[in-house]
Design a protein. Sequence first.
Length: 366
Amino acid sequence: MRNVAIIGSGPAGYTAAIYVARAGLRPVLFTSAVEVGGELMNTTDVENFPGFPEGILGPDLMQKFQDQAVRFGTELVFDDVESLELKGEVKKIHTAYSGDYEALAVILATGSAYRHLGVPGEDRLSGRGISWCATCDGAFFREQHIAVIGGGDSAMEEALFLTRFADRVTIIHRSENFRASQIMLERARANEKIEWLPNARVLEYLGDTNLTGLKLENAVTGEVFEREFTGTFVAIGHDPRTDLFKDQIELAESGVVKVDGRSSRTSLPGVFAAGDVIDDHYRQAITAAGSGTVAALDVEAYLGTLSPELLAQAAADSAAEADAQVGEDAQAAADAPVLSQPTVAEEAASISLNPIGFNTPLFGGK
Ligand SMILES: Cc1cc2nc3c(=O)[nH]c(=O)nc-3n(C[C@H](O)[C@H](O)[C@H](O)COP(=O)(O)OP(=O)(O)OC[C@H]3O[C@@H](n4cnc5c(N)ncnc54)[C@H](O)[C@@H]3O)c2cc1C
């Protein structure tokens, strides 16, 4: 049994891990099998994370988060959590391939997924002209012609924000009825940099290495046409990733995990949540990281309320696990063959399995 289990390897999960590990609680962190590092793995330059005046690539930033968490004794499990039993004093975590774990406290840091249009070109050009976050990427599109896709308040907000940088912003919506509130529509209509393209469905993103435009269809006449854009912001909503636990803890109306005031405490004792999964508004790396800190401090306070017997058991199990790991590492080093230079195919395989290149093997369940 562990003291603390953290689910999610984005800024919230890793920051919580850094704090919990530095408090000597040796957390176990489930990274997910293929999405190690969270949303910032999908972007290139991050220019608004403090401490990097020249900016930093999203994957490089997440590698630093991971290195810092590991440095203080976080145990990483490169696997998906498939199900959770969150009621009761001892929480149970079931993974896809690495067995079952128990912990006294759980931090849910599973993030939130921006909705995608799901049309051709989206994966290829994501981060290469297609973005989901004007606050994050708007400044890269100075003096350009940008499309914003969506008809709700967030599409209006994104479009208005982008007029600070872009020469022209075209709002593309599949119908002529906008869901946005009257006040947001009026603000957008009053902005002379914004033009409107209603009744238009996006069929495809155009461009080989960078976005050059959109293939569109007139939803009324069926006419297919193309428009040039060097940037497109998709603003059709986002879904907090709560499938794993939404039947066990309370959610807010907007779908995010409900927490108690400014804390990370959920409706179940011993279960804490941090990052975009509790945030339906700010959704930035730095706010997620701050929220991870809150969760770590709340967990430390919570553990102090548990019985000494439970704490002693978790401490003993964690120490045994740490010793076993040291033994496994030493054995693996002794057994390791002299490695030949990896082939390009081997390197590619290791990158796809473990996108930020941390070479810890999967841990077995405990
Ligand atoms: C394209 C793009 C560009 C962005 N650019 C910026 C920027 O420049 N600056 C900025 O501040 N913000 C930016 N953001 C926003 C920022 O990435 C998020 O606000 C931040 O990553 C949220 O952190 P998080 O830890 O809450 O969640 P995430 O980063 O989403 O991480 C959640 C993690 O949980 C894991 N997970 C989910 N379910 C499971 C499970 N069942 N088992 C195991 N693991 C699981 C996921 O795989 C993921 O690793 C950008 C977002 C996008 C999409």
